[in-house]
Structures are given as structure tokens and as C-alpha cells.
Write a protein that binds this ligand. Sequence first.
Ligand SMILES: Cc1cc2nc3c(=O)[nH]c(=O)nc-3n(C[C@H](O)[C@H](O)[C@H](O)COP(=O)(O)OP(=O)(O)OC[C@H]3O[C@@H](n4cnc5c(N)ncnc54)[C@H](O)[C@@H]3O)c2cc1C
Length: 394
Amino acid sequence: MKNIIKKDVIIIGAGASGMMCAIECGKRGRSVIVLDHAKKIGEKIHISGGGSCNFTNINTSYTNYLSNNPHFCKSALSRFTPEDFVALLEKHGVKYEEREHGELFCAGSSEDIIRMLEKECNGAGVNIMLNCHILSVKKEEQFMVSTNHGVFESESLVIATGGLSYPRIGASGIGYRIAKEFGLNVTELKPALVPFVFSQKDLKLFGELSGISIEAVIKCSKIEFRGNILFTHRGLSGPAILQISSYWKEGDTIVIDLLPEIDIYGILIARQLGKSKIDMHNVLSEFLPLRLAKIWCASNIQSKPVNQYNEKELKAIAHLVHNWEIKPDSTEDFKTAEVTLGGIDTDELSSKTMGSGKVKGLYFTGEVIDVTGQLGGFNLQWAWASGFVAGQYV
Ligand SMILES: Cc1cc2nc3c(=O)[nH]c(=O)nc-3n(C[C@H](O)[C@H](O)[C@H](O)COP(=O)(O)OP(=O)(O)OC[C@H]3O[C@@H](n4cnc5c(N)ncnc54)[C@H](O)[C@@H]3O)c2cc1C
């Protein structure tokens, strides 16, 4: 066969984990090429964190991840920590800032991180080939990757192709396909960190609340998150909703506490005893946006002056305010999901190296693995950490 380009390591995917892996193995003196079908490197880093890239979280722990094996991520996370990534930023003079809950963002733009990774790749002698379409991946003695730019051969192959979300910027299922072709198990794939879509009935009732955002507590499957929820023209979004979506299964009901930490029962009883003639939705609008209070009352209770309710009714209303049940029809799917839940079965991989037990020299890094972070910089931290550890062995 003519024109075979030989390298020690081929990495498919010039995203967060692929570049981190390339930098590390390049520094070890391995010859490495990164192949990507996109026109630019790091497209997901570019759009992450609303363009400011929430690149890590200083409170990262294995408990921030979902996986069939919640312990799998521990080793990599302990060997490449948020502090390690911050040290890299400081080496390059990239400015960052801490926002809520330990989330670290670029003070400038996510492009700063992309340029930093590019510089590190150059320094480590990494070749990156863009617009490179993978035609087939095979293993004989060595891995053979056929592309529109020719055939590449290597001893180690790293699949760093990310998840299925945001297909419009290059996401594809190739990583899962390659894994299956090599006989590796892939767990169920689902969109996560994704907005909910209302049922037809709820859309009619609550669709006009689009744009309203409140602080709430959301519960589902014994998990709860506190944060903002946002009514959209299709359903519900906002950080707390995205968080709970990763734990939601079709048919599940989510429970919303509209007024966390407010003793609305105590307030209603006091008003009733004071013989208040103010309508219930107006009382609730002291704590919630008026439009929401009105529509919520219209769809859940009959709004009338507070002095016309008895104690039992007020108790029931207060309970509803703290436990408002919504049964989403679905999620907005991979089109708008931030990440993919599930992936390469962690039973197939070494948690130390990210290498396959079945296929010598085959590695996976980042989101393609069945390790999914919560919202808050945890997914990129996983990408850096898994890419870093694989880079020590490939
Ligand atoms: C809108 C949005 C915002 C986000 N914000 C944050 C955030 O602020 N903080 C955070 O921690 N996480 C965030 N994430 C998640 C985070 O971006 C990903 O989890 C992370 O980038 C995964 O890294 P990765 O290296 O595994 O994959 P990716 O970064 O997705 O890289 C995969 C690469 O593989 C390439 N590829 C895919 N298919 C092929 C193919 N067939 N042939 C060749 N190349 C291919 C892609 O072009 C891409 O360059 C966000 C995600 C989205 C969608």
C-alpha cells in the first residue's frame, strides 16, 4: 500500500481530551497526529460556558459524575486536578475568574484556552489534520486509519470523538461505532444537561410564561438541585433543570419547590386569620412573578380571597407550591443537550490508562466514555483528566 503515514499515536478528535492527550504523549517524545473532520480545533470548547468556557470546578469530586461505575473516574481525576489545569493557564497568562459554586471561567473568552492548547500542541510536536474524514479503522499488527487524506498507521489509537450532542458543530457517533466494531460494549446513550419539553396540555397552560426565571428546587429520582429554572416557549430550561435532566427517565415526574425556604403555609394562615381579602394569586405574587402566580393558580387551584379558604385548603395549596408536579413530554434531545449520558462501558477500560482490555493499544478519552459530569465545569475537567492520563501510556 502506498502513502502510508506512520506515527506512534493517532488521535481521532481535536477536542478537549484529544488535544490534552496529544500534548502529553507528544511531550514524552511520541510522534502523534490528531485527525478531525471539523474545520477548526476545539469547537465545543469555543461554545462552552456561553463563550467563556467553564473549564473546571475547584470542588471536583467523583460524586459530580454519572456512570455505571461511579468509581471509574476517581483515578484520573486525582492525577490531573483542577489545580493542574489552572497551573497550565497561569503558565500561558490566561486570565480566569471564579463564579458560583467553585466554577472557573475564562475572564476573556474560550478562545484563550483553544490558543493555549494549540501552542502546547505545537510545543510538543503534535501534528493536527483538520477536514479529515475517517473512512475506516482497522487493526492488523498496527492500527490502520483510512481517511480522505490518506492512510495512517500507528501502534496506539485514541478515540477522543466526544458525544452526540450539538451535531451541527461536528459531533458524531463515530467513537461508539469504532468501539462496537472492536467488540467493546457501549452503554445506553441519552441526551443530558438538556431542556425539557412540556406535554401539549402543559404547553397550552404555561407556554406564555416563556422568559420567566425563578430560583427553585427541582427533585426527581431522589436527587435534587437548587438553582434557576427558566420557562421557555417549549418547556423548561435553566441550570437546575439541566442538572435534573441527567437523572430523568421518560415518564418520570419532576417536582418543583417554587418557594424553597419560604414558609408559605405560615404566611397564608396569618393572612387568613387577619381576614385578608387579597386574592391568592396576588399573595403568591409577593414571592413569584405575577404572571407565573396567576397562571399557576389558574391551572392548579381556584384563586379567591385568602379569607375564603379553610385551614385544610391552605395546607393543600402550600403543599402544592412546594411540590408542583410536572411530567415533561420529552427532552430537547441531542440538538441542544450539553452532553451525552452513557458511552464506552467503563468495564472495557482501565481507569488508570483509559486503554481497552480487549484491544491492545486502543484508548478512549473524554465524553465518549460512560462518565458524564454535572453542570459546572465537570465535563471539561473529565476531558482534561482522562486525556492527560491516556497521554502517559499511549
Ligand atoms: C453548548 C455547550 C456548552 C458546554 N459548556 C461546558 C462548560 O462550560 N463546561 C464544561 O465542563 N463542559 C461544557 N460542555 C461539555 C464539554 O464541551 C464536553 O463535555 C467536552 O468538550 C468533551 O470533550 P471531548 O474531548 O470528549 O469531546 P469534544 O470536545 O466534543 O471533541 C470531539 C472532537 O471529535 C471530533 N469528531 C467527532 N466526530 C468525528 C469524526 N467522525 N471524524 C473526525 N473527528 C470527529 C469533533 O469535531 C471534535 O473536535 C458544553 C457542551 C456544549 C454542547
